[in-house]
Design a protein around this ligand. Structure first.
Ligand code: BYC
Length: 332
């Protein structure tokens, strides 16, 4: 992934007095928690911000199928294989709902996919890490889906109707994904010494990248202020990250495995866990396209698209034949 920052044209959040009458009316609807629907007037920058975020989100779901898909043939039991197949398929479905939500804003799916394949579009940093053992499938469900739910529950209340509605179903499915991941971790943690060590190793490798999923710190987040004003973001990157840490630490304790963070400790004054510094240089490196798997992920997606060309051609030919038959019947 070689994406650059997407310029949505927003330099600073403007005061109401600086807005045009149309923008003021729009902001008043947002402030009154009225959902914005695709055919209604909206500022161009609002549209661009949503296309940016929703398409990145869709790409994340689609690219996110790859690390787990890698283990479908090697799942340890038939039951685990069936569950994993269902989960990976769900992620594909999430991508499709999200592409549809973005299409309501006037961008075509072909364009979004072309941007991904050309390295112009971002997707979540987390999917550029490799899945080395079966325990990684547990860690992804537990941590990656856990972080995703934390971020996505507030999105069910975001201001753009199609995105908010897509998130309702996605969150329900993510919650099953999170539980299946935790169940894998529980089995390993209660298994042999070697299995427990696998679970610990997976936690060690996935913990910090999971914290990076929430994006840069609030101080560094370029889009947060405007997205908050438009109620695309209900909670900030740092607030969500803190909630995730607070929720996940007791779950690791229950598994009997240790968070790979010597600075992690309960802060009774703040009523939250304090945690160590995130390696933001690593994060920036991954989102610039230099993570462990970026090139491989894109290559795999491009190949899948090219290999699927004949299916798209056949579907188009079938649709054209159906339409021609219907037209002939109507004319007869
Ligand atoms: N990775 O100003 P900021 C899943 C970018 S999939 C890569 O804070 P924003 C699953 C950001 O895009 C779940 N890039 O931005 C699937 C921006 O760059 P651009 C995926 C990141 O948008 C399969 C720049 O950094 N979830 O659950 O206000 C299997 C500055 O950031 C990341 C979503 O997509 C990152 N981690 O906030 C299993 C949720 N973080 O666009 C599970 C929807 C930041 O200027 N998205 N960047 O080039 C969001 O909630 C927000 O877009 C973010 C970032 C919180 C991610």
């Amino acid at each position: 992934m070689y994406a650059q920052m997407v310029d949505t044209g927003v330099k600073a959040v403007r005061a109401v007095a600086e807005m045009s009458p149309e923008e003021q009316a729009f902001q008043a609807r947002i402030d009154a928690d009225i959902k914005i629907e695709p055919k209604e007037w909206m500022p161009d920058a609002y549209r661009r911000t949503l296309v940016r975020q929703i398409s990145q989100h869709a790409h994340s779901e689609i690219v996110g199928m790859l690390p787990e898909g890698n283990w479908i043939t090697r799942a340890p039991t038939l039951k685990r294989k069936a569950i994993l197949m269902a989960k990976v398929q769900d992620e594909g479905g999430h991508g499709l709902y999200l592409y549809s939500a973005a299409e309501t804003l006037g961008v075509s799916r072909d364009q979004m996919v072309a941007d991904l394949h050309a390295g112009r579009a971002k997707y979540s940093s987390i999917f550029n890490y490799p899945t080395l053992t079966w325990a990684d499938i547990g860690a992804i469900g537990w941590l990656v889906d856990g972080a995703a739910i934390m971020n996505q529950i507030p999105l069910c209340r975001c201001s753009f109707g199609p995105y908010a509605r897509a998130m309702v179903r996605i969150c329900k499915e993510e919650s099953f994904h999170q539980r299946q991941g935790y169940d894998i971790m529980l089995s390993l943690a209660r298994g042999t010494g070697e299995q427990k060590a696998m679970a610990q190793d997976a936690l060690n490798r996935w913990w910090w990248p999971s914290l990076m999923m929430f994006g840069p710190s609030d101080a560094e987040s370029v889009h947060s202020a405007q997205s908050a004003a438009w109620k695309i973001k209900i909670l900030s990157n740092d607030e969500l990250r803190q909630r995730f840490v607070d929720q996940t630490v007791p779950q690791a304790d229950y598994l009997g495995i240790t968070m790979p963070d010597p600075d992690l400790k309960w802060n009774a004054e703040r009523n939250h866990f304090d945690f160590g510094a995130i390696d933001w240089a690593e994060f920036q490196n991954v989102i610039k396209g230099n993570g462990p798997c970026n090139r491989d992920r894109l290559r795999t997606r491009v190949k899948a698209w090219e290999d699927g060309g004949w299916v798209r051609d056949a579907a188009m030919a079938h649709a054209e034949k159906q339409a021609a038959r219907a037209a002939a019947k109507a004319a007869a």
